[in-house]
Design a protein around this ligand. Sequence first.
Ligand code: TLP
Length: 348
Amino acid sequence: MNGEPVIDLRSDTVTRPTPAMRRAMLEAEVGDDVYGEDPTVNRLERRAAEILGKEAALFVPSGTMGNTIGVKIHTTHGQEVICDARCHIFNYELSMLAWFSGCLARPISTPDGILTWKQIEREIRPLAPHYAPTGLIALENTHNVAGGTVYPLEVLEEIRAGACERGLKIHLDGARIFNAAAACGRGVREIAAQADSVMFCLSKGLGAPVGSLLAGTREAMERGRLYRKRLGGGMRQAGVLAAAGLIALEEMPARLAEDHANARLLAEGCARISGIRVGPAATNIVMLDVSGSGMEAREISRRLKERGVLINPVNAVLLRAVTHYGVDRAACQRALETLAEVMAPAHA
Ligand code: TLP
């Protein structure tokens, strides 16, 4: 390493609070949120519900808890949840779908993480002697592992219409719904309207230190509040966190297009490096398929780290680079140069 700052492209979760967030945290009005008495948390929940066009919202410590409660409020034990095969709920949440809600996943393989109503409809199971009935449809927008891909609004609308007709609820893992909105030019409210419950994260591209929100009907959020307590997510003077969340919500969505432009820069640069095949880079996530390089993804990740660039492997042949406000255009350029250097010996 040459003394330059580390370029951290492992995730947008690594973002640190902005100076405005830190000031707001310092000055936050607080109370005991388990009693519903934290004015800043209450303000954040009201504002999030308003932005998403839902009746109510619930502040939770993590996206995983938001999804866990989101699944629980719509399902009963022994049901199936239809989802994409690479979604976060199914793959990266320590089987909470089964552990907490007692449900099975009914995963559908897709090339881009985007489900269609046609695919979903085929997998709906009725209550019958051999079946676990379908209890919920879970969608992810943007889709993380597929490379930050975005649902076209028409596809969501079709799923919504079909689900309504079949009496099925939809939970949206919108950890990065603001990235989705920025990329497809629609409001988060339009996207959120296509689901019964929506989880989104303050602590990813929006830059808050901690926290996610689950939004839906008032009745569902009241039940959700009890599940949050069961899961140990009843926080006390959480207003210090909510204060940063409010800044994240108001100030950060407008700059996400910058992260998307940097991701495109990375993707275009990587496409010129021999041995790398680049995914779609629709938003702030770039998937790099290095199966043609003769090197394992984790070896590339190790070599990059030695040179001050952090990019995580997803599996033996895939790396994931995520842009965020902590890495500017110049940092992405430098990451590209480092990547080219690291990949070169494999093709010498
Ligand atoms: N994703 C993290 C890791 O868990 C992989 C990341 O670095 O991207 N839904 C989606 C789509 C997510 O990407 C994540 C986090 C979550 C839910 C869970 O959020 P947290 O980490 O707050 O529990």
